[in-house]
Design a protein around this ligand. Structure first.
Ligand SMILES: [Fe+2]
Ligand SMILES: [Fe+2]
Length: 380
């Protein structure tokens, strides 16, 4: 009874950046999973299954000759990092959903997992293809190791997987919307696929939202509320602490912090209607805690190479800063939350509205990068 999961399905961390949630493998109890009663919601699951089986993006992931003759050198490392991390996340999802669908007894739910594995496999392959085109390999070394499995209750698997899907939807969709408004920054044709690609992630989040709603015992009570806040904040913080180190956003003409804040607030506005509680992310207090954690990470990184007395001092300070990061996290988990009305059942499948106005995330002064080979000036 094992299950493979990547806690932060979107992207695994850089080794140098301490993360609150590291990608790990989990096992869960399929007796519990198979014992969940979804019969009251059968019509909703059947409607979702039919939607998945229509396979909207069956013909989407095919390259045209737009990708020929690209010269990747202007953003060799940052683009590869972006592709590799995204591919790891997609591949982890594919492994997870394939594993689950083999062991589930409910035919509708198993069929949906099978479709989701299909989608994530396609996404991962598409990203890997670009890496091959660059002449680089998909780095499997970043995949979670298969041997160390930790137990996680199905409830927590649902919560974290739902979060991964919904945050993935808003991440891809905001990049796509930004590049439609600012096409000069779309340095690679892969970004033109993001719009339809996002809809796969939105469908996946819809399924997990339905699954959670069909099990109200997982959403009620103080302990469950604490678990929801703990994991939701961990996903937001991990994303923020990774993105602050990534250089790809500048190349896309995106201000990474404004983008992250937008993604967090939009994810939060959708997710709160599943949880029935709202985390106060849209505040100066929330952002100040994230920034303190970021500064702790940067200072620790800057002092890594020191030796002797300076090295010993840096080591002590490193632990002090880790402690401070945990304090910031605890402050956010413990800050009061608000209770909100969950959506009426007739609207259960209409979650994850489109992102709002995109103009605020553009990076002032950014210059577009071209991967097209420049014509050589004629001589003589
Ligand atoms: Fe995906
Ligand atoms: Fe997905």
């Amino acid at each position: 009874m094992t299950m493979i999961a990547d806690m932060v399905v979107v992207r695994p961390p850089k080794p140098a950046a301490p993360q609150l949630l590291k990608p790990r493998l989990y096992r869960t109890d399929f007796r519990i999973l198979n014992g969940l009663d979804v019969s009251q919601y059968r019509a909703d699951f059947k409607a979702l299954r039919a939607d998945f089986e229509r396979d909207w993006n069956r013909t989407l992931f095919k390259w045209t000759d737009q990708v020929n003759d690209l010269d990747y050198r202007p953003l060799w490392d940052e683009f590869y990092e972006f592709l590799n991390r995204s591919s790891i996340g997609e591949f982890s999802g594919c492994l997870l959903y394939s594993e689950v669908q083999k062991k589930l007894s409910d035919p509708d739910v198993a069929a949906i997992y099978k479709c989701m594995a299909r989608d994530e496999g396609r996404h991962s392959s598409f990203l890997s293809w670009v890496m091959r085109h660059m002449g680089r390999k998909f780095d499997l070394g970043l995949l979670p190791k298969m041997e160390k499995l930790q137990y996680m209750h199905p409830k927590l698997i649902f919560i974290t997987t739902y979060l991964s899907e919904i945050v993935g939807f808003y991440r891809y969709q905001n990049i796509s919307d930004h590049l439609k408004a600012n096409p000069e920054f779309a340095f690679h044709p892969i970004f033109s696929y993001f719009d339809d690609w996002c809809n796969d992630e939105r469908r996946h989040s819809r399924f997990f939202a339905l699954m959670l709603r069909s099990q109200p015992q997982y959403l009620r009570g103080r302990l469950n509320h604490l678990a929801i806040k703990f994991f939701t904040l961990a996903v937001y913080i991990t994303m923020y602490l990774r993105d602050c180190e990534s250089e790809i956003y500048g190349k896309l003409g995106i201000d990474w912090e404004k983008y992250d804040v937008k993604v967090i607030n939009e994810t939060e506005r959708a997710a709160r209607h599943v949880w029935g509680l709202a985390i106060r992310t849209d505040s100066a207090y929330f952002l100040s805690c994230l920034r303190k954690m970021m500064r702790n990470n940067f200072k620790n990184k800057a002092n890594r190479g020191k030796t002797g007395i300076a090295g010993a001092r840096a080591k002590i300070m490193r632990f002090v800063r880790y402690g401070n990061t945990i304090v910031q996290y605890a402050k956010l988990v413990l800050q009061p939350h608000d209770f909100v009305a969950t959506l009426p059942r007739s609207e259960w499948l209409n979650i994850a509205p489109d992102p709002g106005d995109i103009s605020g995330i553009k990076l002032a002064g950014a210059r577009p990068t071209s991967l097209r080979a420049q014509a050589q000036p004629a001589h003589g």
